[in-house]
Design a protein around this ligand. Structure first.
Ligand code: IVH
Length: 702
């Protein structure tokens, strides 16, 4: 911190303090309680104002200011941080009988006259971290490492919205120091979105949320971590002074009232049977939770008894992990095929005898890449173990080599593209094999055209993969611009394509001429430029279609754009073929409109809505508006639903929403959500207008 030589005026100090208080509170409501009361736009406006004041008075910046969440420059390496109290691991069991053994063992060690109570919690499948709070302020955080010392990942941790930068309520009574432990997880939905972006950008996919969470936290560049929406649940403390805890249950409540996210699905149990029943209850929730759990943790509740029981061989005697059986099955690989994506990346895919895993039948599974395939030595004809975790893509774990007969065939590394026969190269830095033919490879051309018309790009309704394959196969279109030269007569000649569908498609193509520029750029399929970066680029270069993009150095001055992306954009716009396609598009009347604003200012970004009953406008229209506002509209109410929009004569969804404590809103309330500014001052809470949720253990109003 640098001294500016003059004292900042008192009103500025007060203004900064008040902005911080408000931002901390709204952050807590958004990330921890999942009940925001102001719009994202209002939040951003306050944050901007605080940033402005802090820029003016840098001596007033504190490490717990909400402006400090977005990391700055990348680090060269992580420092080591020692845990004052070592972070132990847990002994595992897969067998409920061992839970009874555990309970009897505890009783024996403590003596029959003492009644022992247990806490049963979900075992989160993420990365364990320790967070040091001094006088209620987050000062540093680290990974578990070897249990005695881990890596300093403070900057990355600060980007996690549900990590409190300071305890709430703000008070002088915060303890001198508490080391809080928890698990950083990536919600499955977030993993899917991340993998979708990575697939688009030709990067290897993460196999499961745990790997993705670990990979994200160990990023040297906190700006990358910030884009991976991670979540944090706390469940234990290490070293502490100035505060005492009496039981695990009380500890969890204390963490919760300090503003940490703590699992809602925690239970007290007094007997072995009750513990098992609670474990089964948690297991039944497994597929409904937004993040992965791989078991339960059973802990002796009283901390005095915990201390009495102590540790053995680096795990506590007073706790045990009950692990769920993995959602795994065995089946046989009938064939391995190679898919060619729009960037030319080759992906091996296993075709298997159909098998049910975790309630879903699967017959195909990705083998990720050829390195993985050869590393695991998976062969055609092998019996294999397949796994499916929640919504994640099925995965082949390993061959069962004991069942080999000698007739299994290893799959050779590709040297030619299976679609066009062109040379395949292995990317120097990576594990990706790529067809070198570019858009003269029909698979890449088909993929690129399909991508251009996809929902998130130019949104050409009706332009499905099968249709694009026909158009390309028959030589009707040779590049994306040819889409705009299609006519009813040509389309009528296609298989299973009626007059009506032809008309609809032509209308959809016509409508796509006026999509926002960011979607157009995203649709071009420039390597490494996904949806988000396309927005960033057009925000900084709004006239790049006319003047071409600036050189790589200028591009690299744009936040989030690194050398690889800059080079890729530069090269794309230097390529004559690409320029002539763009020229052709503009000649056909494609006229990209001013870019869409960033996701965050969409009032319903990421929210899930369900509609029931009769609305005052056609449902499709309402659905459209909701989607434009960033919401996802689905047909069934689930615990993940954010709002149920109820019109006249609502159906059974209303009852289900009430049972699940889902917010129910009317059309008028929807208008307020969509236009937060019209609801009056920015701090006016929306919640009173919405149907209040019943008080649960979760909410801690003061
Ligand atoms: S308590 C000494 N509670 O499991 C016990 N751990 O194998 C300290 N974990 O490293 C851990 N959910 O990463 C505890 N509710 C929970 C947990 C949990 C996940 C992980 C944690 C720990 C590992 C122990």
């Amino acid at each position: 911190m640098k001294e500016s030589g003059h004292h900042p005026p008192r009103n500025i100090i007060q203004k900064i303090a008040s902005l911080r208080d408000k931002l901390h509170e709204h952050n807590y409501r958004y990330y921890v309680l999942d009940q925001p009361v102001i719009s994202d736009a209002a939040y951003d406006a306050m944050l901007k104002e605080l940033e402005r004041l802090e820029k003016q008075y840098p001596e007033l910046v504190t490490p717990d200011s909400p402006t400090q969440r977005v990391g700055t420059a990348p680090l060269d390496s992580f420092n080591r941080i020692e845990h004052r109290v070592p972070m132990f691991s847990l002994s595992n069991t897969y067998d409920t009988r061992e839970i009874i053994d555990f309970e009897q063992r505890m009783q024996k060690l403590i003596g029959d006259e003492q009644k022992i109570t247990y806490v049963v919690e979900p075992k989160l499948d993420g990365l364990a971290v320790e967070l040091v709070y001094e006088r209620g302020i987050f000062v540093r955080g680290s990974t578990r490492g070897d249990g005695f010392a881990g890596e300093d990942i403070t900057l990355n941790l600060k980007t996690i919205g549900s990590l409190p930068l300071r305890f709430r309520p703000r008070s002088e009574s915060a303890p001198e120091r508490v080391d809080i432990r928890g698990e950083v997880v990536m919600p499955r939905q977030e993993l899917e979105a991340l993998n979708r972006r990575r697939a688009e950008e030709g990067l290897p996919l993460f196999a499961n949320p745990r790997n993705a969470a670990a990979g994200s936290l160990r990023q040297l560049d906190p700006r990358i971590t910030a884009r991976r929406r991670l979540d944090l649940f706390c469940y234990a403390v290490g070293y502490h002074e100035g505060v005492t805890f009496t039981s695990q249950w009380q500890l969890l409540s204390q963490l919760e009232s300090w503003g940490f996210k703590v699992t809602e699905n925690r239970y007290l149990a007094d007997s072995g049977e009750e513990i098992i029943a609670r474990c089964q209850q948690i297991e039944n929730l497994r597929n409904q939770l937004p993040y992965d759990i791989d078991g339960t943790v059973i802990k002796v509740n009283s901390l005095a008894l915990q201390q009495q029981l102590g540790e053995k061989s680096r795990s506590p005697r007073w706790a045990i992990a009950y692990k769920f059986k993995a959602q795994e099955e065995t089946t046989k690989i009938l064939d391995i095929i190679v898919q060619v994506g729009r960037t030319g990346a080759l992906t091996p895919v296993a075709i298997m005898e159909p098998v049910r895993v975790g309630g879903v039948e699967i017959s195909r599974a990705t083998l990720h890449n050829f390195d993985d395939l050869h590393h695991k030595d998976i062969r055609i004809g092998d019996h294999v173990v397949v796994k499916r975790a929640g919504d994640v893509i099925p995965e082949v774990i390993a061959p069962i080599t004991a069942l080999r007969t000698g007739t299994e065939k290893p799959f050779p590394l590709p040297t030619r593209c299976p679609v066009c026969g062109a040379h395949v190269i292995r990317e120097p830095e990576g594990i990706i094999y790529r067809c070198t033919a570019g858009l003269s490879c029909p698979a890449q051309l088909t993929g690129s055209i399909f991508h251009f018309g996809s929902k998130r790009a130019m949104d050409i309704d009706g332009l499905g993969m099968k249709l694009v394959e026909q158009l390309v196969g028959k030589g009707i279109i040779k590049d994306i611009a040819d889409l705009y030269n299609l006519d009813a007569e040509t389309l009528a000649g296609l298989e299973r394509f009626g007059e009506k569908s032809a008309r609809n498609l032509l209308e959809a193509i016509e409508a796509s001429k006026h999509r926002p520029l960011n979607r157009f750029i995203y649709g071009l399929g420039i390597r490494h430029v996904g949806e988000h970066l396309a927005r960033v680029v057009v925000q900084h270069c709004p006239d790049l279609l006319i003047s071409g993009p600036p050189d790589p150095d200028t591009l690299m001055n744009i936040p989030e754009i690194g050398p690889q992306v800059a080079q890729s954009i530069y090269e794309f716009f230097r390529e004559k073929k690409n320029l002539s396609v763009i020229r052709k598009l503009l000649d056909y009347g494609v006229d990209p409109q001013p870019p869409e604003t960033a996701e965050k200012s969409q009032p319903l970004a990421g929210k899930r809505l369900v509609i029931t009953g009769t609305l005052s406008q056609p449902r499709n229209l309402v659905k459209d508006r909701l989607e434009k506002a960033g919401a996802r509209v689905s047909g069934t109410v689930s615990p993940q639903t954010d709002y149920l929009l109820a019109g006249k004569n609502p159906g059974s969804k209303l009852e289900r929403a009430r049972n699940l404590n889902v917010n129910v809103i009317s059309e008028t309330e929807l208008e307020i959500l969509l236009n937060p500014s019209s609801s009056g001052s920015e701090t006016q809470p929306l919640l009173p207008l919405l149907e209040q949720q019943p008080e649960t253990e979760k909410s801690h109003e003061q």
